[in-house]
Design a protein. Sequence first.
Length: 247
Amino acid sequence: MEPAEIYPSAPAPHDQIGMLRWVIARLREHCPWTSQLTHADLTEYLVEEAYEVLEEIEAGSLDEGLRKEMGDLLFQVALHSQLAQERGSFDLDGVAAAITAKLVRRSPHVFSADGHLQVDSAATVEQVEAAWTRIKAEEKAAENGVAGTETTQHAAITPGAAEGTETRLAGVVGSLPAHLPALAKAAKVIDRLGRQSDEHLPNTGATTLAAADEAELGELLFAVVRAARANGQDPERALRSHLNRMT
C-alpha cells in the first residue's frame, strides 16, 4: 500500500520531495526526538553526512551506495528548511530558488540575465571561472554596500594593487568556511590567490621535513599544499587515501 493511501493528506507517491517534506513535518509534530532538534543540534550530522557522501564517491560506490548517502544529506537540508519554515523564515522551495537564481546569475555563458537559455559555445573554462569569481565578488560587495565592485575584486587578486599581500590573503582566508579542514582550506586559498600566478602567495622557504616549532610546521605544510595544487593534486584527499591504506 502506498503512503498516500495510508495517509490521505500525504502527497501523491510520485512527488518524492513533497513526501519527504510531509514526513519531516510529521516527525517534527509527533517524534519526541526530532521535535526537539535545533539548527545547532544538527551541525554534527550535517558534517557527518557530507563526509559519508564523499566516502562513497572515493570508494567508487556511485550507484546505490551514493543514492542512499545523498538521501541522508538531503534529509539534513530538508530538516533545516523545516525548522526555518516553522519560525516563519524560509522553506525548502526557498532554498531551491536561492541556488537556482545564483546558478543563473553566475553562468552568463549559459543563461541571459532574465534566465533564458543563451549559450556562448565559445566560452572557455578559464573564462567561466573568471566570470564566476567576478560575479561572486560583485554580489558580496553589493551585500556589504561596497561601491566599485569590479575595481575592488581586481585589487583583491592583482599583483601590485593598493592592498598588500597580507591584506589580500586575509580577505581570501576570511571568505572561506571557518570549519573547513585545514588542508582543504589551504588548497582553496592557494587556488583563489594563485590560480593564474603565485606572485600573490606568501613565500615559504621550508625545504626539509624538520620544523623547529609549530609556526615553522605550518609554513612547511602550506608549502606542501602549494606544491600539490601546482601539480593538480588534492592534499586533503591524498592524506585521507593514505590513512585508509593504513587501516
